[in-house]
Design a protein around this ligand. Structure first.
Ligand SMILES: [Zn+2]
Length: 119
């Protein structure tokens, strides 16, 4: 017969493990969302860059400064994504799909993006 204190401590252990796991999942989810936001922002910046070039060619007005600022901005966004991806990879609970590069929980059998087998 288990002692009452043992049961209590086991319940506490399980609760703590579950809490920690949820925290990591939330963190990974947040970072993935942030990366998706940054990718959208990069796409928007590329579109802006295209519009800038178009307007410049049409009007003949030089836009070099704005183009440089735009390129710097895009590079900064890429750097931010790289940093987030590094942080995700530092977490040992995450594996990267060999097929599409998506991040998956290390317990995943198949990729949550492309369905490839995770090994
Ligand atoms: Zn995949």
């Amino acid at each position: 017969m288990a002692k009452f204190e043992d049961v209590v401590s086991r319940v506490k252990d399980v609760a703590e493990t579950a809490g920690r796991k949820t925290g990591e999942l939330v963190e990974l989810g947040k970072m993935k969302l942030k990366i998706a936001d940054l990718r959208r922002e990069i796409a928007g910046a590329h579109e802006g860059l295209g519009r800038l070039m178009y307007d410049s060619r049409k009007s003949g007005e030089p836009v070099d400064d704005m183009v440089d600022a735009c390129i710097d901005h895009i590079s900064a966004l890429h750097a931010e994504i790289d940093e987030l991806e590094e942080r995700i990879m530092d977490s040992k609970n995450v594996v990267r799909c060999h097929g599409c590069g998506a991040f998956n929980e290390n317990t995943a059998v198949f990729c949550n993006q492309c369905g490839a087998k995770i090994d």
